[in-house]
Design a protein around this ligand. Sequence first.
Ligand code: DOR
Length: 428
Amino acid sequence: MSKYLIKGGRVVDPETGIDGVMEILIEDGKIAAIASAKSKTENRKSKIIDASGKIVTPGLIDMHVHLREPGHEYKETIETGCLAAAHGGFTAICCMANTVPVNDNQSVTTYILDKAKTAGTVRVYPVAAISRGLRGESLAEYGELKAAGAVAVSDDGNPVMNAHLMRRAMEYAKGFGLLVISHCEDRNLSAGGVMNEGIVSARLGLAGIPAAAESIMVARDIVLSELTGAPLHIAHVSTECSVRLIRDAKERGLPVTAETAPHYFSLTEEAVMGYDTNAKVYPPLRTARDREAVCKGLADGTIDVIATDHAPHSSIEKDVEFDQAASGMIGLETSIPLSLKLVERGVLSLRELVVRMSASPARILNLDAVGLRPGNPADLTIIDLEKEFTVDSNQFCSKSRNTPFDGWKLKGKAVLTMVGGKIVFDAM
Ligand code: DOR
């Protein structure tokens, strides 16, 4: 395996507290040494990676991705999704269970892990289903799923409407050391809706989904986490009320964590004007006030994680009437520059951003050996903060093109992604 010496880059690693120009020596797929430029990490046999003017972070982790394989390989395969992740600067991703068949049994989990191994790019951590077939009627076999390699359970894409079943899910998941990730949506309140309920939906003549459809379920699941003592992670937070409820739960010391996605802090419901189906997503894009609350939640740590909710759909599902279109947008290849805008706006420091995209997901998922410490696997991302580019979805590695950010001029891009000492993306 190649030896590398990464020189000249500003290393930003919240795990070790490092923020400064350092040299990183990589041997046998691991971090062999990390030291200031003046000390002796020099090794003649190693290939030099000149990261001058760039930042080096621990590998970024996206804990919310839809890979679509098995079942919908025309939208994304494990191979193309992993490649998109590598190009987006991610070294690890979690993939959701709403495939066909659903990842509610050992054979699907094993299939995903085998395919990911063959793809040989980023690490893949499968999230298994909470309920069999995502039907919300009976629990999947958590022991079997955990043994096969699942790291969490979620019916993402669907809520678990039955509170009793969610209670049992939390109890069993806790017993097996699996995190419960909740897609918070009250289907009775959201039924028929295709975008946020408000002035824009009224103007467009589209049926709305009230913010309460999300927040009511956030409240319910916090109450169930308190009842069961089970760790609960709230997926794709989009409303002011949800942020308030999660902040309160954390203040009371409950084991609740949360994520939001770049589209919730970059866009509002206005993006739907013109009936752009690429802006159709669940939960829907909200108001400017919700967006600000999400930013405040990120700033004060109420929202622990930025995850993409990368949800590929083809033109078959998107080039149709807004009412009929599938929900979801891809995000792996635009997450870094959109998230860096938070640093530019002073919402987060660079260190805090790396926490939200690396250290926090690692902690929540109980992944060990993260951070740029000697002995740890060499998972890292090199980012050029100054690189300006225009988003062109035709250049994406993802099989799908459903992004509302096409044509946006953005700044900041991953230029190298390394997983276990192997370069899986290189644009240096
Ligand atoms: O918009 C969405 N699309 N939200 C989800 O929760 C699921 C996702 C998908 O699978 O397409």
